[in-house]
Ligand binder design. Structure first.
Ligand SMILES: *Cc1c(COP(=O)(O)O)cnc(C)c1O
Length: 348
């Protein structure tokens, strides 16, 4: 890490404040070599799609869009009619951070929320919301949407995914996964991507690229290929069809090669584990959500909060009620240890 870069020791606001991962940047640069067909009809984009099919060990359909809001909204709009509903938690990004885009792009599909339990949706809550009403006045439940990792830094284990998907199936619902931090979940669990998605009943995955180190872009992966039939038109209409698609897709090549995406995400997770351990050893600091991937959610004494702000450390306090520190591929042990030292000094 180039320590002459601004923010390297102070930025913990989000994994998207980090720059482009070297492997992704190299692949982006390499893609800038001459003329290629536009709108995704190029060899590079095809190659990435093939890589993803290999990674997921199945014939899935893959589309690239600019951000997670578009990926989630367009995926849900494709899975639902306007009179349907989507079951998710009250902390879901689709509920709290997408400005109504899922409802907008689906022309009115309603989100039905259950209180999150350490970020997660439980099968019992799915059952409750799916069976509460079946009359014509209630928006018909159609999809269960979960985030992996969750918005509070926890990770659904394969058995939890299996329980959720069987509850969804039993109620005639499809399963959507907001994988803005899917890479961190895979790294944390050491599981095969297939076992955390289609083998566990996931129909559509929004595979986050931005937060794992791409310059921009997410992949929408349809394991149920019938669902993707007209997705290309939906993307185009929503302004999400990149004409120079190769620059959206090519960085994936660099990340997928030699499992860079996994190594980089494992690093981010390790930095978070280190930070959580260091902070929680201090008096008055405690986790408010288990640290299972690359996010650390803690309650901080006011003196520690003030000292960190004074030192210019950047992090959020509006997500989850405490302080949220996000680590990324670019986080360093030095920066993590400095943060811990600042809190230790403030509490001494
Ligand atoms: C960051 C994030 C997204 C994507 O957000 P965009 O800003 O639209 O790219 C989606 N879901 C979760 C849980 C996120 O943290």
């Amino acid at each position: 890490m180039d320590t002459s870069l601004p923010g390297w020791r102070t930025q913990f606001a989000s994994d998207n404040t980090a720059g482009i991962c070297p492997e992704a940047l190299e692949a982006l640069q390499a893609a800038n070599a001459g003329w290629l067909p536009s709108y995704g009809n190029d060899a590079l984009t095809r190659e990435v799609c093939d890589h993803l099919r290999e990674l997921f060990e199945t014939e899935c359909d893959v589309y690239f869009v600019f951000n997670g809001t578009a990926a989630n909204s367009l995926a849900l709009a494709t899975m639902c009619q306007s009179y349907h509903s989507v079951i998710c938690t009250d902390a879901a990004h689709i509920e709290t951070d997408e400005c109504g885009a899922p409802e907008f792009f689906s022309n009115g599909t309603k989100l039905l929320t259950a209180p999150h339990r350490e970020g997660k949706l439980l099968p019992a809550d799915v059952r409750l919301l799916a069976t509460r009403r079946s009359d014509i006045h209630y928006p018909r439940p159609r999809v269960v949407s979960i985030a992996q990792t969750t918005e509070t830094g926890t990770v659904y284990r394969p058995d939890e995914l299996a329980a959720l998907s069987s509850e969804a199936r039993a109620n005639g619902l499809r399963l959507h996964m907001d994988g803005a931090r899917f890479a961190n979940a895979v790294a944390a669990l050491g599981a095969k991507p297939a076992d955390l998605t289609w083998r566990a009943g996931v129909d559509v995955l929004c595979f986050g690229g931005t937060k794992m180190g791409l310059p921009i872009g997410e992949a929408v992966v349809f394991f149920d290929r019938d669902l993707s039939a007209e997705f290309a038109w939906r993307c185009k209409q929503a302004g999400q069809l990149a004409s120079k698609m190769r620059f959206l897709s090519a960085p994936w090549l660099g990340m997928l090669k030699n499992e860079a995406w996994l190594h980089r995400s494992a690093h981010a997770n390790r930095m978070a584990t280190r930070l959580a351990a260091g902070l929680c050893a201090l008096p008055g600091v405690s986790l408010i959500s288990p640290c299972e991937a690359n996010g650390v959610f803690v309650s901080l004494p006011p003196a520690a909060d003030a000292a960190l702000r004074d030192a210019g450390v950047v992090y959020y306090t509006f997500i989850g009620g405490g302080a949220r520190f996000m680590c990324s591929w670019a986080s360093t042990e030095v920066a993590v240890d400095e943060l811990i030292a600042l809190v230790a000094a403030a509490l001494a």
